[in-house]
Design a protein around this ligand. Structure first.
Ligand SMILES: Cc1cc2nc3c(=O)[nH]c(=O)nc-3n(C[C@H](O)[C@H](O)[C@H](O)COP(=O)(O)OP(=O)(O)OC[C@H]3O[C@@H](n4cnc5c(N)ncnc54)[C@H](O)[C@@H]3O)c2cc1C
Length: 367
């Protein structure tokens, strides 16, 4: 019986899993190909406060801004969703990665940097250890152990500018299928004087950098950046669907985070879903080691918690990926008129949209 764990990948998902495994008394070693963790930063860090608080990370030091809501733009229309209280934090992704590393190590996990694991090395580790594949969207672990597919990806490009946002408490989301089919473009005030501009497109629909350039040339975007030069920029990839297989109980393989496609398909945000999956995976691995319980427990727990919400996020993506800009703009005007922006500001949950349905049902039941 294998009683120790090799985690491949020291992103947030791998490190959250390693910390919890170590807390549960399981011998755990994390391997990452990078020598400097979390660098270069290719992703953003907008995380709901509720979701963050559930991950058990002492994240305060990584916070660079606080958000109250969002503005959604399409077809010349805008709908604002503003909550009465802060709903999300913007985190420095490098610092968040460092904090997760320090917490994993402080709890007893070993972390080996500069260690790429693939092929024979991966096979050898799996013979003696349970393997947690936390190696991101293009997972070597998933490929090596034939863990099924992720049906859909988005490619992204983003850059940071020394620009002050007109409202540092709001993130702007731009839906224009002519520029960003399959996802959207965004302005995020990462900090008081740092504006991040980014774009995501379905990997089959276009090239992220070309789409980014096109977005920058739109008059409303150009009027914001003018002649500013980016202080950092880069491309990346986001899974937009859950991988068809995330557990192989017989071989002792478990996938978490982007490797498992644990993201919200409407936005590509994956830290909260992936982080919670890591906590569930750690518990299931501990039960497996102690009592021979099936690792499938983990998959079942994940599906119980996130299946409905993943479908709702996928449905939102399905709608906006098909709507033309004019139709989307019209829908925004109608929704704004119906007060949907204020409703979402009050009752919305950026991670768990099913809670809005629950609130509505409760409201109807007790009205
Ligand atoms: C542009 C962009 C914006 C985003 N914005 C948000 C957001 O606002 N909020 C949010 O929640 N999410 C966001 N995301 C998604 C989020 O970044 C991911 O869901 C999250 O980083 C996944 O974490 P992970 O640990 O699963 O994978 P990763 O962060 O990709 O970490 C994987 C690690 O595995 C290592 N690795 C890979 N292969 C090997 C190997 N063979 N051997 C050893 N090590 C290996 C890599 O070096 C890496 O360190 C965004 C993503 C992008 C691209």
């Amino acid at each position: 019986m294998k009683d120790s764990v090799s985690v491949i990948g020291a992103g947030t998902a791998g490190l959250i899993a390693a910390k919890r495994l170590a807390q549960l008394g399981v011998e755990t070693t994390v391997y990452d190909q990078k020598k400097v963790l979390g660098h270069p930063v290719r992703a953003s860090g907008i995380l709901s406060i509720r979701g963050l608080d559930g991950l058990g990370i002492d994240y305060g030091r990584a916070v660079t801004n606080t958000l109250h809501g969002a503005r959604i733009h399409s077809g010349g229309e805008t709908m604002e969703i503003r909550a009465g209280a802060p709903v999300a934090k913007v985190l420095d992704r490098k610092l968040l990665n460092d904090l997760c590393h320090d917490e994993a190590v402080a709890n007893g996990a070993n972390v080996m940097l500069g260690s790429r694991v693939a092929g024979h090395a991966l096979e050898a580790l799996s013979e003696a250890n349970i393997v947690v594949g936390a190696d991101g969207a293009v997972s070597e672990v998933a490929k090596h152990f034939r863990m099924g597919d992720i049906g859909r990806y988005a490619v992204t490009y983003k850059a940071e500018y020394n620009i002050r946002h007109d409202d540092p408490g709001l993130v702007d989301l731009f839906f224009d299928p002519g520029v960003s089919r399959g996802l959207f473009a965004w302005f995020c005030p990462n900090a008081e004087d740092i504006l991040e501009i980014g774009i995501g497109v379905d990997s089959k629909a276009g090239n992220a950098k070309a789409s980014f350039q096109k977005f920058l040339s739109l008059p409303r975007v150009y009027s914001v950046i003018g002649s500013s030069r980016p202080v950092s920029e880069g491309a990346s990839i986001i899974p937009l669907a859950l991988r068809t297989k995330i557990v192989d109980n017989d071989r002792g393989i478990v996938l978490v985070g982007d490797a498992a496609g644990q993201v919200k398909p409407s936005t590509g945000g994956g830290i909260i879903y992936g982080g919670n999956a890591s906590l569930m995976a750690a518990r299931s691995i501990k039960n497996h080691i102690e009592g021979n319980a099936s690792l499938e427990e983990y998959r079942k727990a994940y599906m119980r918690k996130y299946s409905l919400d993943t479908r709702l996020h996928a449905f939102a993506n399905w709608i906006y990926s098909r709507a033309g800009e004019k139709e989307f703009g019209f829908a925004l005007r109608v929704l704004r008129g119906l007060g949907v922006g204020s409703f979402l500001g009050r009752y919305g949950d950026m991670d768990m949209p099913s809670s809005i349905l629950r609130n509505l049902l409760l409201g109807i039941t007790f009205a």
